[in-house]
Design a protein around this ligand. Structure first.
Ligand code: UD1
Length: 420
């Protein structure tokens, strides 16, 4: 197992190119199950989660080829409709194959994703919506068995809670269903928007894209032709580099970004005193001597993203005053707090609210990554900690950040990747 050795404190400088969004790419890869042609997708980030989903498709009989951030996927000769435990257990987002497999074949088996470090993360809303579309669902031996022998029927679905992968799953299922599906309380995340846009460009009429009410007119189980397209930039990776610049008090230019996807993050950085110049597809952020404390609440898009909570928590340890960070989406998403405390951060947890003291002098220590975004917050903190920080279990980082260590080293960080 690899670990990162960071020697701080660090200043960064230069330019970093943001990769394609992992969370957009995952549903888009699952969507290729609906295609009648080989699909070509560019700006594909080459991270472990993406490779895991491609492996899952290969196990079903698809052929895939990923090289130079471009992937081709052919699902025409699929032989299997069972997504097995060994893959699904490593990545919850594997559940994204449930909707498209069921819509195309009228039956499938997908392993239950199981527990997750950041909370329970059930899939009840996905299953309930598919049942409303006429699917018969049973849970047996840890698998979701789904059947709809005559195809799925359009339905009027009201999600009790906003769910990102749930919305994506149902949009894909609805694309091949018979008739019209309306999803109320749909997720509005840019990743869901891109999925809808690609489906619409492939001949599936979809209304209300980017709103909380999406209507999809199904193709009566006819497969669709998907033309080549490019994945949107990763807004969470972009936000992470903005925080890296802010916390190390450096000037950094991030390129290949969509600032319109980062409004809540940019607004919060501005509130904390950071100045930025936004031009086209790049953002330059400038060093700020006095970082102001902030009050942050994570919510669904377009509000402040839960996937940026951990990074802002690290930044808040350097603010001139007390910040509060409230996590509203996942009940157990503060595991990075105890690791940040090992580095010297002064954080008090009160239920789902972190109270961060600010003005903390951090010192290098051994810490453990607990989930994907928690890993990046430890890298941010490690870069400003005096001395050596070793971050263990960085496989979490490899799941979602493309070449994080290489990119930061190019910007001037002192980070080595070593074997335990
Ligand atoms: C996606 C993102 C993840 C991000 C999260 C919230 C991907 C691959 N992952 O995760 O990075 O942190 O959105 O922005 O895109 N819920 C239920 N029942 C369900 C589904 C969800 O109760 O059937 C709950 C969850 O426990 C959570 C909330 O709804 O409290 C939101 O979860 P959801 O939007 O589904 O998260 P993911 O799609 O798993």
């Amino acid at each position: 197992m690899d670990f990162l050795k960071i020697t701080g404190p660090t200043k960064l400088s230069g330019e970093v190119k943001i990769s394609g969004a992992k969370n957009a790419a995952l549903p888009l890869i699952a969507m290729t199950l609906l295609a009648k042609n080989e699909v070509e997708i560019s700006n594909m980030c080459e991270v472990v989660d993406i490779k895991t989903l491609l492996k899952l498709l290969e196990n079903l009989g698809a052929t895939t080829h990923l090289e130079n951030n471009k992937v081709t996927i052919n699902t025409l000769d699929l032989t299997e409709t069972k997504a097995t435990y060994d893959i699904v257990k490593t990545m919850r987002a594997s559940i994204l194959v449930l909707g498209p497999l069921l819509a195309r074949f009228g039956h499938c088996e997908v392993s239950l994703p199981g527990g997750c470090a950041i909370g329970q993360r059930p899939i009840d809303l996905h299953l309930k919506a598919l049942e409303q579309m006429g699917a018969k669902i049973t849970i047996k031996s840890g698998y979701v068995l789904a059947e709809a022998p005559n195809g799925l029927q359009g339905a009027h679905i009201i999600f009790d809670k906003i769910t990102v992968t749930g919305t994506a799953n149902i949009v894909m299922a609805a694309a091949l269903a018979h008739g019209k599906t309306t999803i109320i309380n749909a997720a509005r995340e840019p990743e869901v928007v891109q999925l809808c846009e690609v489906l619409r460009a492939s001949g599936i009429p979809i209304e209300g894209i980017g709103t909380s009410e999406i209507t999809v007119y199904g193709s009566d189980q006819k497969l669709i032709e998907i033309k080549p397209f490019s994945v949107i930039p990763d807004r969470i990776e972009a936000g992470t580099y903005l925080c890296a610049a802010a916390i190390t008090r450096s000037e950094l230019t991030i390129t290949n970004v969509r600032d319109d996807h980062l409004e809540a993050v940019i607004a919060k950085l501005e509130e904390m005193g950071l100045k930025m110049k936004i031009e086209d597809t790049q953002i330059t952020i400038y060093p700020c001597e006095t970082i102001k404390p902030a009050n942050i609440i994570t919510q669904e898009y377009p509000a402040f993203p839960t996937d940026m909570q951990a990074q802002f928590l690290a930044l808040a340890t350097q603010a001139d005053g007390v910040s509060t960070i409230e996590e509203r989406l996942f009940e157990n998403r503060f595991m990075h707090v105890s690791e940040l405390q090992r580095l010297g951060a002064d954080i008090h947890l009160n239920g789902n609210v972190a109270i961060v003291a600010g003005n903390s002098k951090l010192h290098g220590a051994d810490v453990m990554a607990t989930d994907l975004r928690a890993s990046s917050t430890l890298v941010l903190a490690g870069m400003i900690a005096e001395g050596e920080t070793q971050i263990h279990r960085i496989y979490h980082l490899d799941r979602g950040y493309e070449k994080l260590q290489e990119k930061l080293v190019k910007l001037g960080a002192n980070i080595l990747r070593e074997k335990e």
